[in-house]
Design a protein around this ligand. Sequence first.
Ligand code: MN
Length: 257
Amino acid sequence: MTLAALAGALADGSVRVVDLTHTLDPDFPVIILPPEFGQCARFRMEEVSAYDHRGPAWKWHNISMSEHTGTHFDAPCHWISGRDVPFGAVDEIPPERFVGPVCVIDCSEATARDPDFLMTRDHIAVWENTHGPIPRGSWVLMRTDWSKRKGAAYLNMAEDGPHSPGPSPEAIRFLVEERDVIGFGTETVGTDAGQGMHLSPPYPAHFILHGAGRYGLQCLSNLDLLPPTGAMLLAAPLKIKNGTGSPLRVLALVEEA
Ligand code: MN
């Protein structure tokens, strides 16, 4: 019954599908780690044939990239804190975890002023005063409008590393322990702030989310098209054996007001 109603709402446009995904493109930036570490590969595409002597009636490409390139999903086994979490790889995660309600916390005004902005527990409390408690089993997305940045402004690298916003350790701990979220997503290249290595624990979103068997989404876009509450998120990573993450198409179902 519910699905029939949904089909009707999709057909008459009272429920819209919003694409939260960047296009996979060799020029889209990937995270850059200090040079002593292994590096994440950009998206690459090579032509196999294009209706020519290599295949007269068809066109196709071979593609390659990191599991963590473009709009992508982070699984628990991505981080050392989640290495022994049950069902911690993308191929093992129960599929019902890929669908859930979504809350969007708008931090775009603050991040326009301060690229190192940290979303704290107080920011979440202010949001909840208006919109009510974050429901159990929700995705929480941090809107920063970072997805509108172009070129070097996206990673925003300086001598001391990248400068981009993220959550504070206390905020992530609150979302996991007090609100039992499925996961946390951002518009930046990681779920953590660019300077997240200096927090305690370092990279708290990765450490706390994945240690608790929760998921991350990053390089999201179009968060400004979502309501603060009431949308439904669809985020199913590729079924890579023992995969630590995956590029994916992230969609939101949004009910017209
Ligand atoms: Mn990642």
